[in-house]
Design a protein around this ligand. Structure first.
Ligand SMILES: [Zn+2]
Length: 75
């Protein structure tokens, strides 16, 4: 995978939805609301140091930046 992805980019996998940032840690009320509105994805509290930064809300593809963007498939 090459090219640049950023939040708001159209998902290169399904082209149906935009990518949203994945936020880690315990979400506050604002983050929960943003999540419900589809603005962010909540990544949970467990951070491994190898965590994807962007997620597609349609196909659930996750992307991590490791020099270039890498697709992380969890399905
Ligand atoms: Zn997608």
């Amino acid at each position: 995978m090459s090219g640049t992805l950023r939040k708001g980019s159209t998902c290169p996998i399904c082209a149906k939805a935009k990518l949203v940032p994945i936020v880690y840690g315990l979400p506050g009320m604002e983050l929960r609301r943003d999540s419900e509105m589809g603005l962010v994805s909540l990544g949970g509290c467990v951070v491994t140091g190898n965590d994807p930064e962007l997620e597609c809300l349609s196909c659930e593809a996750k992307f991590m930046r490791d020099g270039e963007w890498v697709l992380i498939s969890e399905r």
